[in-house]
Design a protein. Structure first.
Lengths: 131, 373
């Protein structure tokens, strides 16, 4: 799946480079979460991904946050919360219809949904190291 | 984002234009160096509507807090109000809550340093309420817990401080916050000293001094060395203490933490006094007092005035001692630094009025203030 590069106007230093790499590594999963699970349109997902990158870069700089790699699960939590708030707003405003599957997903806590995604991520990592 | 969503203005987002760390810091410095009265509404909006700049301002305020707590408290309060205003454009997702938590935490620490404990508690409550709504609140909440313990220590609740410290240290360890863990150990060490456990205090300080995270943080390292020197001086090992203070000086200067330099000068005064070099002690105390005065630490200025007065009395310079006491008494009353009706204050005032200073009342008042600090 081709997505537009969500990273905009950043002068790279080594830290930002690392954040960008981790974000790019996770982007496939983020896109699946936004489009396939939360039902966002491609364009909407791309815009949210840009915001999500800026947020993640600043999040990793917060005092007390651990390494960029270890911050990845929080990126997924933010992704799910972003998507849920967005869809709830759009559906609530009557712009879009919901269905039972989406309703059930929107009722779930984003952290729980993200945890499921994290498990997928761990599985992917496991497979990667296995190879 | 769909056109409909744009019309619906969801999410209320900042234009995703990110500044490099350097550019954000430069704008933040320009904002803070512009006097309050010269900041137009347009200037504020232009500076503060960028989240990178807001975060850079927070960093600068954290870094300069110990040098100028009054400025940090005032700027953090302004920032908090800006961020809390629903009409202000503030970052993405949880960043408004994060910044509310961060500005409140800065205001809380600065208030504590200024001796405004009640205000500090209120700011900590605001900070906690905000951080709870952020992604990964644990490190920030642990930071608040540390600040609450520092406040307990400042209020003389030493047993409670010691009781709660192990849990906080475990949190810092679990979160990989090594420097904060070292700071918690430092708080433990000074609390041990306050409860009379001098040997435990000294051995913990010696252990801490060897920790790599401490050696990488000159402000903490310098402070630890000053405590080690104080202990050596209290045992009468003045040469060892002088060597430790000498080692501490460049580290304290590198730490850019003026209050630590004041502590060092105060400690050197104590060492001179312990050696019986009372005139030199008065000289060091006066330099430290002047520095505290410049920084706005009125409580320490007052304590030092009383310490100087005691030393001057020992030198037989009674008139100078009276002046020191007379300069301290108004602050003690204005800041309500002692409970109303504390006998030592009345006795001291009366003895000074009669030009026959009561040394026991002076010592009792000085000890009371130092225990409270």
């Amino acid at each position: 799946m081709e997505t537009e590069d969500p990273v905009v106007h950043i002068q790279e230093d080594p830290f930002e480079k690392e954040v960008k790499e981790i974000f790019q590594d996770t982007l496939g999963l983020i896109h699946i979460a936004l489009v396939t699970h939360y039902g966002l349109e491609e364009g909407e997902a791309t815009e949210l991904e840009k915001d999500l990158y800026l947020w993640f870069l600043r999040f990793c700089m917060r005092p007390g946050n651990s390494s960029v790699r270890e911050s990845r699960p929080f990126l997924l939590v933010a992704c799910c919360q972003f998507a849920r708030e967005y869809q709830r707003y759009v559906i609530g405003a009557g712009v879009r219809q919901s269905d039972d599957r989406l309703k059930r997903l929107l009722d779930r806590e984003p952290a729980d949904v993200a945890r499921d995604f994290s498990r997928s991520l761990e599985l992917l990592n496991f497979r990667y190291h296995d190879v | 984002m769909s056109e409909q969503a744009k019309i619906l203005r969801f999410p209320p987002r900042q234009i995703p234009e990110s500044l490099s760390a350097g550019a954000a810091l430069e704008t933040a410095q320009h904002y803070l160096s512009t006097p309050e009265e010269n900041r137009s509404q347009a200037f504020r909006e232009e500076s503060l509507s960028n989240c990178d700049v807001l975060l850079a301002i927070c960093k600068l305020l954290r870094d300069s807090m110990e040098a100028s707590p009054a400025t940090s408290a005032s700027e953090a309060t302004h920032l908090y109000r800006w961020v809390a205003n629903p009409l202000s454009v503030v970052g993405l997702f949880d960043e408004r809550e994060y910044l509310l938590g961060e500005t409140s935490l800065i205001a809380a620490k600065a208030s504590r340093l200024l001796g405004r404990k009640r205000e500090a508690e209120n700011w900590l409550d605001r900070s906690e309420a905000a951080f709870r709504h952020t992604v990964n609140p644990s490190p920030s909440l642990a930071g608040i817990a540390f600040e609450r313990l520092a406040l307990r220590f400042a209020s003389g609740q030493y047993e409670e401080t010691l009781e709660l410290l192990p849990s906080l240290k475990a949190s810092f360890r679990k979160l990989g916050m090594d420097l904060e863990h070292a700071k918690a150990q430092f708080l433990e060490a000074v609390t041990l000293r306050a409860t009379g456990k001098e040997e435990e205090h000294f051995s913990l300080m010696q252990r801490l001094e060897q920790e790599p995270e401490v050696q990488g943080c000159p402000s903490l390292h310098g402070q630890i060395l000053v405590h080690i020197g104080n202990h050596e001086a209290s045992l009468g090992h003045f040469e060892a203490a002088a060597r430790t203070y000498e080692n501490a000086l460049p580290i304290v200067l590198r730490g850019n933490r003026p209050v630590a330099l004041c502590e060092l000068k105060w400690s050197i005064g104590n060492a001179y006094r312990g050696q019986g070099s009372l005139s030199k002690a008065v000289e060091s105390y006066r330099i430290a007092k002047n520095d505290y005065l410049q920084l706005g630490f009125r409580s320490f200025v007052t304590q030092l005035s009383l310490v100087i007065a005691e030393t001057l009395l020992s030198l037989g310079r009674d008139r100078e001692a009276e002046w020191e006491i007379l300069s301290a008494l108004p602050t003690i009353e204005e800041e309500k630094m002692v409970p109303e009706g504390l006998a030592a204050v009345a006795l001291l005032r009366e003895s000074v009025r009669r030009r026959k200073t009561n040394p026991a009342a002076l010592r009792a008042l000085r000890e009371h203030l130092q225990t409270k600090a």
